[in-house]
Design a protein around this ligand. Structure first.
Ligand code: SF4
Length: 351
């Protein structure tokens, strides 16, 4: 398929009939994945702390350090969670948390080394805001910080903290968070160092259609240069228990993203990001039925079994999905379903 430019993408996003857009994305998905296989990973999210100095207005997860509900998991608790993940045939952990004001780089290095000394598992950890925070606390460059974390056992980086890569939106919803340039810099340094990462987008927080296209274009441009993104994962803002949600409750101009918005966004991502092979459906925010439909709107992956998830749950959304639910959803949509690892290597088929 010929690469689409920003103007065409904007026109498609605004004007293309819903099913036509979906069909185009599905056709490209078939071209990129002709084997008719849908994948998922078995892993769990380990949120080592909920203490965060950023206080993003869309986040229902963070706590201030002196909040009675603030926590920092002990190393033993983290190791127990990994042991359980491995028992369930898990191949990775997604470890991320708030920007804790008192944890220095030694904490992260020791944690990674301890995990790697006990388990043969991929550590997919620390999104760009955390990496930037760790670097700042240590007085190191992003490059040296990533190098130290890799040497200690970091295997890949999740694409969290991207939200919408527009500094106007970032200033409005998360003024303390790293800006677009810094998010992209962490990803560029990670890719240069040989790490694979994902890329994400949380939309539906007041951005314009133009912002959406700029976000996709920033990711595509980065991928052209460094080729390190394994997948793109879009999802919509979940408003419950968030400052942004209550701020917009009485604003008639503020429209929450609908299921149709989600599918349009997903299809557009598939079409625009022609250099990123995998697009994930987000059952965690949309539910399994919407994720199943997403498999015909450009997605080729059902994400993770998420043995544990805390961040979206804090925003009042708690879909419970078992491994069998994922397998059945993929099969019923007409696909062979396979377990994969973080790097999209296919591990086993479910017959
Ligand atoms: S989204 Fe991340 S950086 Fe923002 S407040 Fe929540 S935990 Fe902190």
């Amino acid at each position: 398929m010929k690469r689409i430019d920003k103007n065409t993408a904007l026109k498609m996003y605004k004007e293309e009939p819903f099913l036509t857009l979906g069909k185009k994305a599905d056709d490209l998905r078939k071209e990129l994945h002709p084997e008719n296989i849908v994948t998922f990973i078995i892993d769990r999210n380990i949120n080592y702390t909920n203490v965060c100095i950023n206080k993003c207005s869309f986040c229902a997860f963070y706590k201030e350090a002196d909040d009675p509900l603030a926590y920092l998991l002990s190393t033993k608790e983290i190791l127990d969670k990994i042991r359980e993940t491995i028992k369930l045939n898990g191949t990775a952990i997604l470890i991320q948390g708030g920007l804790h004001p008192d944890l220095n780089i030694d904490y992260y290095v020791d944690l990674l080394k301890t995990i790697k000394s006990e388990f043969d598992i991929n550590i997919h950890g620390f999104s760009p805001p955390e990496i930037t925070h760790i670097a700042k606390m240590a007085g190191l460059t992003i490059k040296d910080t990533i190098r130290k974390l890799i040497d200690a056992g970091l295997g890949s980086i999740p694409g969290g903290g991207a939200e919408v890569l527009s500094d106007r939106i970032r200033e409005a919803v998360s003024p303390k968070k790293i800006k677009t340039k810094e998010w992209l810099k962490v990803m560029a340094e990670a890719h240069e160092a040989g790490l694979k990462t994902t890329a994400t987008m949380m939309f539906g927080c007041g951005e314009s259609e133009h912002d959406i296209i700029e976000h996709l274009d920033a990711i595509r441009t980065q991928q052209d240069k460094t080729h390190g993104f394994t997948a793109f994962i879009p999802w919509s803002f979940q408003p419950e228990n968030t400052e942004l949600g209550s701020r917009n409750l009485h604003d008639s101009n503020f429209q929450l993203a609908t299921g149709v918005d989600y599918l349009r966004m997903l299809a557009l991502s598939r079409l625009y990001l022609d250099n990123i092979k995998n697009i994930q459906a987000s059952w965690v925010t949309q539910g399994i039925k919407m994720a199943q439909v997403a498999l015909r709107f450009g997605a080729n992956d059902l994400g993770s079994t998420m043995i544990e998830e805390n961040v979206v749950k804090a925003a009042g959304v708690s879909y419970k999905v078992s491994q069998d639910d994922l397998i059945n959803a993929g099969r019923a949509a007409g696909f062979t379903v396979m377990q994969r690892d973080t790097f999209y290597n296919r591990l086993r088929t479910f017959n």
